[in-house]
Design a protein around this ligand. Structure first.
Ligand code: OAD
Length: 242
């Protein structure tokens, strides 16, 4: 903890790279944790791919709308709040793989969603953004998505699916932020999904220290300079506001 605090001290630009573990203490399940991870209970190939959308869009739409409902009822945890509070002292850029809005609701002003957002619905044909109203308050197996008023396509979740390109604007902003940071803080990611998992390595190549907060092991290995084995909600207030 002391070494991590030292690496994070100073007032140069801080980049915080977050994954699903960041929101775990808000009650939003991660993907790969044993027992609680979404991919333990659901098949990603059946829900998070363009092929699944083409095959059974009503099931995919219902599942993402249900996740929207769950996230809408969650609150930022002390980790999100500590990251937002750090803006008072220095430039802070958040780069997140999360599709929730908990960093924004905690007050972070600069947040790049490299895997998209649950709340940015768009037409699957012309790409127009679509307002689809509130999600159902009960889990439901199948739900037909609304039709685009411009072209007749279907509304789809604004998230990145396996096999899709990352949106270029947040990705380019993420690379710029990571390679010009004074220090990079990686929180709650398994470090298994590329290209997001390659971001800490870019910092290492630029000789920028990388601090990792995770209660378990991750795939980041030698990309990490200092490792803090604790949860986001426990570690971030102590690290960022000692
Ligand atoms: P994972 O579910 O793969 O990993 C979650 C990580 O968070 C693990 O390393 C846990 O040890 C850690 N963790 C759990 N609880 C924590 C806590 N309270 N505080 C801090 N860390 C905690 O999630 P991601 O790495 O974010 O992509 O997953 C990457 C991508 O895989 C997701 O964005 C999603 C998924 O498939 C797409 O859907 C494209």
């Amino acid at each position: 903890m002391t070494e991590a605090r030292l690496a994070l001290s100073g007032d140069g630009p801080l980049v915080v790279l977050t994954g699903a573990g960041m929101s775990a203490e808000s009650g939003v399940p991660t993907f790969r944790d044993a027992h609680t991870g979404l991919w333990q209970r659901y098949d990603p190939a059946a829900l998070a791919t363009p092929e699944a959308w083409a095959r059974d869009r009503d099931t995919v739409w219902a599942w993402y709308r249900w996740r929207e409902h769950l996230v809408s009822g969650a609150e930022p945890n002390p980790g999100h709040l500590a990251v937002a509070r750090a803006q008072a002292d220095r430039d802070v850029v958040v780069v997140t793989q999360n599709v929730d809005d908990l960093h924004e609701r905690a007050g972070s002003g600069s947040v790049h969603h490299v895997h998209g957002s649950l709340f940015a619905h768009r037409c699957d044909t012309c790409g127009a953004s679509m307002d689809v109203g509130p999600p159902p308050a009960e889990p439901i197996d199948r739900l037909t998505p609304p039709v685009c008023g411009r072209c007749g396509g279907w509304s789809r979740p604004g998230v990145v699916w396996f096999g899709e390109m990352l949106p270029s604007q947040p990705w380019n902003a993420a690379v710029d932020a990571v390679t010009s940071a004074a220090v990079v803080l990686v929180v709650g990611t398994s470090g298994l999904v590329h290209p997001a998992a390659s971001l800490p390595g870019l910092a290492v190549d630029a000789r920028i220290p990388v601090v990792e907060v995770n209660p378990g092991p991750s795939g980041l290995g030698s990309d990490v300079s200092v490792y803090v084995r604790a949860t986001a909600g426990q570690a971030l207030p102590a690290l960022l506001h000692p």
